[in-house]
Design a protein around this ligand. Structure first.
Ligand code: ZN
Length: 157
């Protein structure tokens, strides 16, 4: 699938047809381009590819920002906090047992879930059309500014 150039307002900011919400999120969760479902979303663990290798959608411009860690912490907390309370209530283990067991579990689960959740958020962003515009805006050269006058103003002039 290519960009829909027919609805493009300008050559620099092509518009594209996003997939439906559920499809885009599921594709993102599976590390697939939310637009075509073929190309990959991630170049590394969490860094996005600049553009899809298949449809050339600028995936690197879909900014997930802080949403993936928020959703990851929310989900992992809801998965692990009930067992923490259950173990405490049932066995009353010493605090060091809690630290040795639960902290690594929280860490591992967050590491495992952060990437697919970020992919899902990128898919969600694609349906909303939220892209960064920083790359599109060409910076105008700074206007020449006269230096401020030095010293006191000349009262005789
Ligand atoms: Zn694609």
């Amino acid at each position: 699938m290519r960009w829909d150039a027919t609805t493009s307002g300008s050559a620099k900011a092509p518009r594209f047809v996003p997939a439906p919400f559920g499809t885009a999120v599921m594709r993102g969760l599976r590390n697939r381009c939310p637009y075509c479902g073929v190309g990959r979303v991630f170049a590394g663990y969490l860094s996005l590819v600049p553009e899809c290798s298949n449809c050339h959608a600028p995936l690197g411009r879909l900014r997930a920002d802080d949403a993936p860690p928020y959703f990851t912490i929310f989900l992992v907390g809801h998965i692990l906090v009930p067992p923490v309370f259950w173990v405490e209530k049932a066995y009353e283990p010493p605090m060091w047992i809690h630290m040795v067991v639960w902290l690594p579990l929280f860490t591992i689960l967050c590491i495992l879930l952060l990437r697919p959740i970020k992919g899902g958020v990128v898919g969600w962003m694609s349906t909303l059309g939220i892209v960064s515009v920083e790359d599109d805006e060409e910076e105008a050269p700074p206007a020449a500014v006269a230096p401020p006058p030095r010293g006191l103003p000349d009262r005789n002039a």
